[in-house]
Design a protein around this ligand. Structure first.
Ligand SMILES: Cc1cc2nc3c(=O)[nH]c(=O)nc-3n(C[C@H](O)[C@H](O)[C@H](O)COP(=O)(O)O)c2cc1C
Length: 311
């Protein structure tokens, strides 16, 4: 089994550790963990402009170079676990780099893939982009596990950037800690146990899912419109910034100064306005929101009927 690994703060590393532990402990399963090293590396904590400078390439999925992988692409794996974080409503750039890398594409071709997302709480359109990259590489998505920050959306718009820009994770002024909770992370062990059992039975060769009934994902459909608006803005402004210069070029700084200020205003106006409007229109939107929820909870679903066997 192949596990792809990249994490800045260690949050996704901790998730991977929980999922992999029961698989690695099993003598019948061999696990290869491939750690991605983008060149140049991304800093943590992020300097302000460096952080926003990552959005044009994230939105346009223009990846950085990767340090040579330890695999050639000719190896065979029965299953690939692809954990990733979301950057600017798209898969993080190191993961995009892997998905577009000739060796990465070869490793993924024809393979069943389990994606595992740990992010603030906006991941739906990133998963759509990731699905397109997987399809392009000829891989087969069989499961998707999602962990999101348990704090209220508006609080996370403060706690997450504070964490990423200063390294401080602890809550302040009554706000929750940034990031996914330690209990959520510990709980992901159940997915490793279920994958172990499924591999013993060769179920990964079937269409899947393998992780249904385990509370793999909970979609918040009312965030969809904000994601749509944000994705469009990132794409258009990203094109403008990319025309001004490449990553890190000084010509981008004035545009980034303007856009980052605009973004703060947009987040404190558009997101609450969109949420409030949807609350008002809820009776009329119910069917549509339900469809979004069902669509984005595929393939693993939000059911919990198998939880008791894996707790
Ligand atoms: C540049 C950047 C952009 C991000 N954009 C989003 C986003 O659009 N949506 C979201 O839910 N989380 C976003 N996050 C949070 C990450 O998905 C992730 O939770 C956090 O960076 C910790 O991941 P790691 O330590 O495992 O790398 C962003 C993080 C970074 C660094």
């Amino acid at each position: 089994m192949l596990v792809i690994h990249y994490s800045q703060t260690g949050q996704l590393s901790a998730v991977i550790e929980q999922i992999v532990a029961p698989l690695a402990a099993d003598a019948r399963i061999s696990v290869h963990i491939e750690t991605l090293k983008p060149l140049p590396g991304y800093p943590f904590p992020w300097p302000y402009f460096r952080f926003f400078d990552a959005f044009p390439e994230s939105a346009h999925m223009v990846p950085p170079a990767l340090a040579p992988l330890s695999l050639s692409g000719d190896e065979h794996f029965d299953l690939v676990i692809l954990p990733y974080q979301v950057w600017f409503l798209a898969p993080s750039l190191p993961i995009t780099a892997f998905l577009k890398h000739p060796v990465g594409r070869k490793l993924l071709a024809g393979k069943p893939v389990v994606t595992v997302i740990a992010c603030r709480n906006m991941w739906m359109l990133a998963q759509e982009k990731l699905k397109a990259l997987l399809a392009d590489a000829g891989a087969r998505l069989i499961d998707n596990v999602v962990l999101t920050d348990p704090g209220p959306t508006l609080a996370t718009f403060i706690t997450t950037p504070r964490w990423l820009l200063t390294g401080r994770k602890a809550g302040f002024w009554g706000m929750p800690d940034a990031g996914v909770s330690p209990a959520q992370i510990r709980g992901t062990r159940r997915f490793g146990l279920a994958l172990r059992d499924a591999l013993h039975q060769g179920l990964e060769q079937q269409p899947g899912p393998l992780l249904n009934g385990l509370g793999a994902v909970q979609v918040e459909p009312h965030l969809y419109l904000s994601e749509k608006a944000g994705t469009r803005g990132f794409y258009l402004w990203g094109a403008l910034l990319r025309a001004a210069g490449g990553p890190g070029s000084p010509q981008r700084v004035p545009l980034l100064a303007f856009y980052s200020a605009f973004l703060v205003v947009a987040i404190v106006t558009i997101v609450p306005a969109s949420l409030a409007l949807q609350a008002l229109l809820r009776p009329f939107l119910r069917g549509w929101l339900h469809r979004i929820k069902q669509q984005f909870e595929l393939p693993s679903g939000s059911g919990t009927d198998r939880l008791a066997s894996y707790e």
